[in-house]
Design a protein around this ligand. Structure first.
Ligand code: ZN
Length: 95
């Protein structure tokens, strides 16, 4: 089965489905502390691993999906984020 993008999953959820917790960031607000060498890109439409937007960003080792990269924004699950404190995490709680 082809993996849907997170955005597609959210858009295709039926109204009664449980809320899907995803966070959207401006790319300008993100820095890679250790470079992007452990990441790979994937476009499920063209099956390409070249970096063309929008695309999926995966772990280059185990290919786990990490986030979706758009032109200006990225979308990821907050469950993948290591927060400094519970207080910080609360800022991302669904409202
Ligand atoms: Zn991995």
């Amino acid at each position: 089965m082809e993996m849907l993008s997170l955005a597609e999953k959210i858009l295709t959820l039926p109204p009664a489905a449980p809320f899907q917790w995803a966070a959207i960031f401006h790319k300008d607000d993100i820095n890679f502390k250790h470079g992007h060498h452990n990441l790979e890109w994937y476009d499920p439409t063209s099956k390409s691993t070249e970096h063309q937007l929008p695309c999926k960003v995966r772990c280059s080792f185990c290919h786990s999906p990490i986030m979706d990269e758009g032109r200006n924004m990225i979308l990821l699950f907050p469950s993948l984020i290591k927060f400094k404190s519970d207080e910080d995490k609360k800022n991302f709680a669904p409202r």
